[in-house]
Design a protein around this ligand. Structure first.
Ligand SMILES: [Mg+2]
Length: 383
């Protein structure tokens, strides 16, 4: 069976309000829909990524550099196709400076990811099995947490607790809350009030988005050690990723998470070998797609490292369900923050008792709303 077409449709959707984390703010929810059509009459479809600045370049790489490599190829040859895409010249300007050149590689790896994820959906559909079963089928539901606890003007303890109670009422296992924008003392207080109000069973992870120098991360970690924090995500500044994360791990008895910004298995290898992480939250839409994510998960298992996943529940759910060391799938339960999750899929996976159930339809098992795709397609505006 041969691939006969590859299509990329960038979606751009401005948000009604601004969301602020430790080191950034979000004003738009973008994503990329990829379709791969085969001569067996099936179309693999995936969506993912939240790329704002370089979205049009990602589309350009898919259309100009990757699509010609795939047309006419056998759809079963996933490893071979991945390697061809990895070796391809993305056709972007070569800056000749290694660290800047990584930007081009990051764009290329996002493009490969978009194609690879759609290809795996196509494989699932061609076999007639849900993707998580094709990948190993370890479980059919995955614990789910909210991404929340954003900072907002006028938001105090009362509003924070109300937000968390909403997640609990919605059947979520807990929250990954933002830290790192306030003082360490204030952030410790925020975590403490959530723990006291929501009880011991409510999962609380903390994500600093690389806000702290190692000393502040260690101060925060030490102060919340008695609060049952599930993990500390990206606690240190970007330039201290290896040494700083290791320092935090050595000083604090809370698992350290990083990896969401890595673009390949090689960056993950360095995090592991430098003893910088307990858990990797590699994003399948950034780091080369399902093929590369599975390689990273295999490497992690050899070192006793758990696998989380940065956002993108539509794919993460299948990946985390397919391996024994998969942790929590995460969603934005607030439709204002992630409207695409609420209306791009025709139907969301069911959430009950702290778990998200894996769809049992072939492939990713999530049909997309064509009206939403048409409404937010940036194709004519971007290219
Ligand atoms: Mg994060």
């Amino acid at each position: 069976m041969k691939i006969i077409d590859v299509r990329a449709i960038p979606l751009v959707r401005p948000l009604e309000e601004t969301f602020r984390g430790g080191t950034y703010q979000i004003t738009s929810r973008n994503t990329l829909v990829t379709e791969i059509e085969a001569d067996n009459g099936l179309v693999g479809i995936a969506f993912g990524g939240d790329e704002e600045k370089y979205q049009s370049e990602v589309v350009q790489v898919i259309e100009s550099a990757l699509r010609p490599l795939l047309i006419g190829e056998d759809l079963w040859s996933v490893e071979r196709l991945w390697d061809r895409m990895f070796q391809a010249d993305p056709g972007l300007e070569n800056r000749g400076i290694h660290t800047l050149d990584l930007l081009n590689k990051a764009i290329q790896m996002q493009a490969i990811a978009a194609v690879d994820n759609a290809l795996w959906d196509l494989l699932g559909k061609s076999y007639g099995v849900p993707l998580y079963k094709l990948l190993g089928g370890f479980r059919d539901r995955v614990p789910v947490i909210a991404i929340g606890g954003y900072y907002a003007d006028g938001k105090g303890d009362k509003e924070l607790i109300e937000e968390m109670r909403g997640y609990q009422a919605a059947g979520l296992a807990g929250v990954k809350m933002k830290v790192g924008r306030a003082t360490v003392k204030e952030d410790v207080h925020r975590v403490r009030v959530v723990r006291e109000a929501l009880g011991q069973e409510f999962v609380i992870a903390c994500d600093a988005n690389q806000a702290w120098v190692p000393e502040d991360a260690i101060r925060f970690g030490g102060a919340v050690e008695d609060l049952g924090v599930r993990w500390l995500e990206e606690p240190v500044v970007w330039y201290e990723q290896l040494r700083g994360l290791r320092q935090v791990r050595q000083a604090v008895k809370i698992p350290v998470v990083a990896g969401q910004g890595e673009i390949s298995r090689f960056g993950c290898r360095d995090l592991i070998l430098n003893e910088a992480v307990d858990i990797l939250n590699v994003d399948v839409t950034i780091a080369g797609g399902i093929t590369e994510w599975r390689r990273i998960a295999a490497m992690a298992s050899m070192f006793g490292i758990g696998m989380a996943h940065h956002e993108e529940p539509q794919v993460a759910l299948h990946l985390l369900a397919s391996i024994p060391h998969g942790l929590y799938v995460e969603i934005f339960p607030n439709p204002e923050r992630d409207p695409m999750w609420f209306d791009l899929p025709v139907k969301q996976p069911e959430i009950q008792g702290g778990y998200m159930k894996v769809p049992q339809c072939p492939g990713l098992g999530i049909d997309l709303d064509q009206e939403i795709i048409a409404k937010y397609s940036a194709k004519s505006k971007v290219l």
